[in-house]
Design a protein around this ligand. Structure first.
Ligand code: CAP
Ligand code: MG
Length: 435
């Protein structure tokens, strides 16, 4: 059988040097009996124009121009270059159908993880990015420093809209900027979306009146369809909120691009919750959190959860740091095997959100990890406020006092001498790092 029946190795060219193209960085483990070149060719083929066999009738010249090229194999790390003509302008969903589509199911690889995607200016120019992004502490909250604080009400769901709003009011009075819906609170019978928006607007205004500070809420617009998503965003806007929140991974890229378009119309900021990301970001098979965060930045969310390192949820320090820098900066350098270099051009820096298992006793650790004295941050403390022995107001005040202590360069124990709320928080949790 002389005739070639497959053409995978045509997609491998280790001499190739990419021009103005999209470059993907993968971690890959070929299956037993498949060479790295054969696996690389299959990845480049299946993510661009190829299939399992040769195609005698294809328009050779035109298709060869669209072929992806596996051009760099470094151990288990692979770089693939994709011609820009492969991609629809301004469509992240369509980008993912290629660089993160069928390839994860190929038998030729035991594991495959998309680690980063480098996007040239000619691809980025159709995207607007975030309105406020890293400037939100000043532009929305008129803060002198770089920190936005938030509390998600706990238990996650179960309170009525009235109870939710009353607890939210106590927390905002206690010194927290925003009340966040939990990722699974949307429009349940016991806490209807419309009721929560209406009642939260009332207590937001009362708390602003009482504190003289800007208060807001990250109300969850995650919805069963795009029409309902739009209706929820519109209602939140009508009640004067500056933000809305969406579960971006669960909602999907089309919903996120719809939400970011609407946010531009209403000049609103978006809090991106990443629930479900750990189904594919944790191990050596799937998509890195860095890719998820980069795409959200380009689509135009203003802030996204990326981990705490010291809290209850997984997230290695070097990975969190690499993602944080990518979110905040106009451009970042390559970190071999972790992050490609990227110039974001006109796309604004956005805020990292540190959340998950936090309480006053470990806030200084998180602030150091995020270099808060230099860089802006959103901190979210849920159980660490609602679990305070003296109630939500005291819980919020304990967090606020811990933050003040950090900016004043004072230890928590020293600050606790003048803050009974902080002292009681330290008595309950000390410096516990929850697992
Ligand atoms: C935190 C949280 C957030 C997690 C999400 C929760 O609550 O509300 O959803 O932070 O994880 O439901 O666990 P606590 P990540 O403050 O009570 O832990 O930020 O890693 O995406
Ligand atoms: Mg949550």
């Amino acid at each position: 059988m002389g005739k070639k029946i497959e053409w995978y190795l045509d997609f491998v060219n280790l001499e190739y040097r990419p021009r103005d193209e999209i470059i993907a960085l993968y971690y890959f483990e070929p299956r037993e009996g498949v060479s790295k070149e054969e696996a690389a060719g299959r990845i480049a083929s299946e993510s661009s124009v190829g299939t399992w066999t040769t195609l005698p009738g294809m328009p050779e010249e035109r298709i060869r121009k669209l072929m992806a090229k596996a051009f760099d194999i470094d151990g288990n790390f692979l770089k693939v270059a994709y011609p820009l003509e492969l991609w629809e302008e301004e469509s992240i969903p369509q980008l993912m159908t290629g660089v993160a589509g069928n390839i994860f199911g190929m038998k030729a690889v035991e594991s495959l993880k998309l680690l980063d995607v480098k996007l040239p200016e000619s691809y980025l120019e159709g995207f607007k990015g975030a309105i406020y992004g890293r400037d939100a502490p000043q532009k929305i909250f008129r803060k002198r420093h770089n920190l936005i604080t938030s509390t998600v009400i706990k238990p996650k769901v179960g309170y009525t809209a009235e109870e939710h709003a009353e607890i939210g009011f106590q927390i905002m009075r206690g010194g927290i900027d925003c009340i966040k819906d939990d990722e699974n609170l949307t429009d349940q019978s016991f806490n209807k979306f419309e009721d929560r928006v209406r009642l939260m607007a009332k207590v937001r205004d009362k708390a602003e009146e009482e504190t003289g500070e800007v208060k807001d809420a990250f109300i969850n617009v995650t919805a069963p369809n795009l029409r309902e998503l739009e209706r929820r965003i519109k209602l939140i806007h009508e009640y004067g909120f500056r933000y809305f929140m969406i579960d971006v991974v669960i909602s999907g890229f089309t919903a996120v691009q719809t939400a970011t378009d609407l946010a531009k119309d209403y000049e609103m900021a978006i809090h991106a919750h990443r629930a479900m990301h750990a189904a594919f970001t944790r191990k050596n098979h799937g998509i890195s959190m860095l890719v998820v965060a980069k795409l959200m930045k380009i689509m135009g969310v203003d802030q996204i959860h990326i981990g705490t390192v010291v809290g209850k949820l997984e997230g290695r320090k070097e990975e969190v740091a690499a993602i944080k820098e990518m979110l905040l900066r106009r451009n970042v350098d390559e970190i071999p095997h972790l992050r490609l270099d990227q110039d974001f051009h006109h796309i604004k820096g956005i805020l990292p959100v540190a959340s998950g298992g936090l309480h006053p006793g470990i806030l200084p650790d998180v602030f150091d990890i995020y270099n808060l004295r230099r860089d802006p941050l959103v901190i979210q403390v849920g159980g660490g406020v609602l679990g305070h022995p003296d109630g939500p107001y005291a819980g919020a005040k304990a967090v606020r006092d811990a933050i003040d202590a950090y900016f004043d360069g004072v230890s928590l124990e020293r600050k606790a001498e003048e803050s009974p709320e902080l002292r009681r928080a330290l008595e309950k949790w000390g410096h516990l790092k929850p697992v």
